[in-house]
Design a protein around this ligand. Structure first.
Ligand code: PLP
Length: 428
């Protein structure tokens, strides 16, 4: 494949944009090579500036769950745009999507919309701190909750890819209030509570981790976290930015049957436009300004374009619940077929998958937390990634990212992917 135009565009971009990208993982740092520049996308396919076509397994990192340029979503955005794009004044669309989200999740009575997953998680933490009058939070090594200071400590995703688990610019004061536990290790949570029984405002966790590859929670792990929060009057925050409306319409908590106090959303909830949200029961949400004293605001929050893109996407998902089954079946097929090829090749591997999330690590060890994810072989991953790209398959350019299947993906696409996979494995 030729990437001539992409290379030129990347050189130009690098002159004016740090690293040539507006979000680090796009830069191909951990796999090397030049990122491709996309011209357009339709359904399950991406088309780059050199007119190469790719089957897309990242779906814009999750939002495009029903496929790219879905006609209903695009038409709804276009019609709304004709009436103006932002007023900074309430619209009925905001209440309509709020009603839909609240009805999808028994943990939520009220919801506030923001512009990104980062904002949602940052605001959720402030709300938990304000509500409990405590300062410390627990996060898990390798979990990613956006790029606000409190979370950039042992963060996954792009931060892990860059080998900068914490970032310069995050103050020691902030670090001291973020306690780190290990995913799937309830003892590492208990030990913090023993030390600080009355100081921990909240635990924030990805109920199914997706930012160190896909790592599902072990049986009893989330239940244990729920229990410890109840025992110590701490707030449990499920960061469902990735899993919300993806693993099921009610997110990971519906699928796994464990309820959080606060839920954060992003990605799918915006249907491809910048939207985040956080919700909880009345007792907690009524503490937010202007009803209560905890401040949170946003000039473009709830703007009509973002709301209509999210609302249209969510309605499609709600009205077609079979999408989830179909996505899960496609993922299982991919999982099983990849497994067969890997067994034949006799290479150390781990595939984790749940719903429409799946990831492959080249490792002999089970991938259950950040430490085990870091032990996977990145040299092989690089070859694998570039081999697949060359075959027209766009995978996340890092082993610390999950693939996100979208509903436009066909079994023919999966077939093609598996054939390419076999060929690429043989070349490794
Ligand atoms: C993507 C992500 C975020 C951050 O969302 P942005 O919209 O990128 O700010 C937070 N939490 C999780 C679990 C995510 O996957």
């Amino acid at each position: 494949m030729k990437y001539k135009r992409s290379s030129e565009l990347f050189q130009l971009a690098k002159k004016k944009i740090p690293g040539g990208v507006n979000s680090p993982v796009r830069a191909f740092k951990s796999v090397g090579g030049t990122p491709i520049f996309i011209k357009k996308a339709k359904g399950a396919y991406l088309f780059d500036e050199d007119d190469n076509k790719f089957i897309d397994y990242i779906s814009s990192w999750g939002p495009m769950i029903i496929g790219h340029s879905n006609n209903s979503v695009i038409n709804a955005i276009a019609n709304t745009a004709k009436k103006g794009t932002s007023y900074g004044i309430p619209t009925s669309l905001e209440t309509e999507i709020a009603e839909l989200v609240v009805s999808s999740n028994p943990s939520i009575d009220k919801i506030r919309f923001v512009n990104s997953g980062t904002e949602a998680c940052m605001s959720a933490i402030r709300l938990a701190r304000g509500f409990t009058n405590r300062e410390k939070i627990i996060k898990f090594s390798g979990c990613y909750h956006g790029h606000s200071d409190s979370f950039l400590i042992d963060a996954g995703s792009g931060a892990a890819t860059l080998n900068s688990p914490s970032s310069p610019g995050v103050t020691l004061g902030t670090v001291k209030d973020t306690l780190i536990s290990n995913y799937n290790d309830i003892e590492s949570v208990h030990s913090h509570f023993k030390k600080y029984p009355n100081e921990i405002a909240a635990i924030i966790i990805e109920p199914v981790a997706g930012n160190m590859g896909c790592i599902p929670p072990k049986k009893g792990f989330l239940e244990g976290i729920r229990k410890v929060c109840d025992n110590y009057n701490s707030i449990l925050i499920f960061d469902e930015v990735m899993t919300g409306f993806r693993l099921s319409f009610g997110g990971a908590q519906e699928l796994l049957g464990v309820r959080s106090d606060i839920v954060t959303f992003g990605k799918v909830i915006g249907g491809g436009l910048p939207v985040g949200a956080f919700g909880s029961r009345n007792e907690i949400m009524n503490q937010l300004a202007p009803e209560g004293p905890i401040y949170q605001a946003g000039t473009l929050s709830g703007n009509p374009l973002a709301m209509i893109a999210g609302l249209t996407t969510l309605k499609i998902l709600k009205n077609n619940p079979s999408i989830y089954k179909s996505l899960a079946n496609k993922t299982i097929t991919l999982h099983n077929e990849m497994k067969k090829c890997l067994e034949q090749k006799g290479i150390g591997y781990q595939i984790n998958s749940l719903g429409s999330m799946i990831s492959l690590h080249f490792s002999e060890h089970e991938i259950i937390d950040f430490k085990s994810a870091c032990m996977a072989n990145n040299k092989i991953f690089k070859k694998y990634f570039h081999g697949m790209l060359e075959s027209g398959i766009y995978l996340p350019p890092s082993q610390f990212e999950s693939y996100f299947l979208n509903d436009a993906l066909s079994y023919d696409d999966i077939d093609y992917t598996v054939k390419a996979f076999k060929k690429v494995l043989n070349s490794i």
